[in-house]
Design a protein around this ligand. Structure first.
Ligand SMILES: Nc1ncnc2c1ncn2[C@@H]1O[C@H](COP(=O)(O)OP(=O)(O)OP(=O)(O)O)[C@@H](O)[C@H]1O
Ligand SMILES: [Mg+2]
Length: 456
């Protein structure tokens, strides 16, 4: 057996004694000690402070001393293992021999008879704190997106992943499904929505409370940040922050509201500082930090969710709609947005007895009241210049180039260009190139909404 198996054995003993397996850093320190490494070396290799590593080691040696009835220190650890003492405490665990740095510490003759299941690391006990996350009862499609996210988070060990897409496209639903799929890879999984714009201090305090029931809560944002970073290094955590766009509601996309600017530094810190965890940020608007950081070698990625595609047919089936041959038209009219389709399906059921072909006889897209209310909420988040641009774009029958649009809006040039950039970040514009000129348009559903609003 190699060091890995000694670690498993220690893990099993600690689990039996305390009800909790060794965490990532405890294993790292134990492994380093078995390999004869100095605390400073372990700390450097794993990007944690030497003091913290010493602290973890000290507590772990005390725990193992208690379990084995021997005075275990970093120095005596190896010799005690080589005496076979360790082994005698684990008679319930099947092992033929244990070698530490090629030293055999368990004689073949003392092989135990029983073979209980070895606990798999994190297999059954990630600490799940999903806060206000909604329960998802049905979930269709998104297999490619799920495997991309899993590859980035588990395979590439990304520290920061942004899941982007217009409201209702399914970011939250996909996140919950993803958590179900990858939860065994983590020590902690935490979901928090930023819908009500908590300050960074509040968010950090809230997260720290998950790790410790009596956290030493500081009022200093720097201290809170470094306390959380310590946990992100000590454990493998998946932390989901949903509805991130609310941090700049009423401002241009990515321009944090006054009092929220420290989120910008926090996002950069998460992406740039070494740790073992991953932050998944869900947002309707692109994140400037992620766009910048994903250009280099940083473990940072972003995924824009588009139409639910053919899987939306399963959703229409579950909504008990009829005339399957016309479903594709309906799906395209509502851009494969599951929320928009759900809201429209209710109208189709109530007014057309579920007949999609009868509904489609009306000029698409029809915006039912609940869908209008949804779009209205998003419109509220826009700045005045952005609203002015959308109002002009909604009147255009054809895509339009920047100079012509700029003339029509009568905004000053920098105000106009910043607002256009922001609208792009909000994924509200359609772009096409004609003879090397970029033309902009508003998608049909938004056009309908803005026209309705404008005519009011
Ligand atoms: N893949 C899917 N299969 C079935 N239903 C889905 C799927 N994706 C989303 N939905 C449903 O569509 C609705 C909107 O999804 P969700 O809340 O996840 O969107 P969102 O992108 O998070 O929106 P917002 O930005 O407003 O928070 C929900 O009722 C959800 O259950
Ligand atoms: Mg959501």
């Amino acid at each position: 057996m190699d060091i890995r198996e000694v670690l498993k054995l220690a893990d099993q003993l600690v689990l039996e004694q305390t009800g909790k397996p060794l965490d990532y850093l405890q294993k790292t320190v134990l492994q380093g000690a078995l390999q004869g490494k100095k605390y400073s070396e372990i700390a450097e290799n794993h990007h944690v402070s030497e003091g913290h590593v010493r602290d973890v080691g000290y507590k772990l040696w005390n725990l193992l001393s208690e379990i084995l009835g021997e005075n275990i220190t970093k120095v005596t650890l190896r010799s005690i293992l080589t005496k076979g003492q360790f082994y005698s405490f684990s008679s319930a665990i099947c092992m033929q021999s244990v070698t530490v740095n090629n030293v055999n510490i368990c004689p073949e003759t003392s092989k135990p008879q029983t073979v209980p299941q070895q606990p798999q690391q994190n297999s059954s006990r990630p600490h799940l704190d999903l806060g206000s996350a909604p329960e998802i009862f049905s979930f269709y499609g998104r297999t490619a997106e799920l495997s991309t996210l899993e590859r980035w988070i588990i395979g590439d060990r990304c520290r920061l992943v942004a899941l982007l897409g217009v409201s209702g496209i399914g970011k939250t639903a996909l996140t919950i499904r993803l958590i179900e799929q990858i939860k065994t890879h983590f020590d902690y999984i935490i979901y928090r929505s930023l819908r009500f714009s908590p300050t960074l201090a509040l968010t950090l305090t809230n997260l720290l409370q998950v790790f410790s029931s009596e956290p030493d809560i500081s009022h200093n944002i720097e201290t809170l940040r470094s306390q959380l970073l310590d946990y992100l290094r000590q454990y493998r955590c998946l932390i989901v922050l949903d509805d991130v766009q609310m941090l700049w509601s009423g401002q241009l996309a990515g321009q944090y509201k006054p009092g929220y600017e420290d989120y910008h530094h926090f996002v950069k810190l998460i992406a740039e500082t070494p740790h073992h965890s991953c932050f998944l940020l869900n947002s309707c608007d692109r994140l400037q930090e992620v766009a910048k950081l994903s250009k280099g070698n940083h473990p940072v990625r972003s995924l824009v969710l588009g139409s639910l595609g053919v899987a939306a047919k399963e959703l229409l089936q579950a909504e008990q709609l009829a005339d399957a041959e016309t479903w594709e038209t309906l799906i395209n009219a509502y851009q494969g947005n599951p929320l928009w389709l759900e809201l429209t399906a209710t109208m189709i059921r109530e007014l057309f007895a579920g007949s999609v072909s009868e509904f489609c006889e009306y000029d698409a897209p029809i915006l039912c009241e609940s869908l209008l209310a949804e779009l209205s909420q998003q419109f509220q988040r826009l700045t005045e210049p952005e609203r002015a641009i959308l109002t002009h774009l909604a009147k255009e029958a054809e895509p339009i180039a920047l100079p012509q649009l700029s003339q029509k809006t009568s905004l000053d040039p920098s105000e106009f260009l910043n607002a256009m950039q922001s609208l792009k970040m909000r994924l509200l514009l359609q772009e096409e190139k004609r003879e090397k000129v970029t033309l902009f348009a508003l998608n049909a559903l938004w056009k309908q909404y803005v026209q309705n609003r404008y005519s009011e």
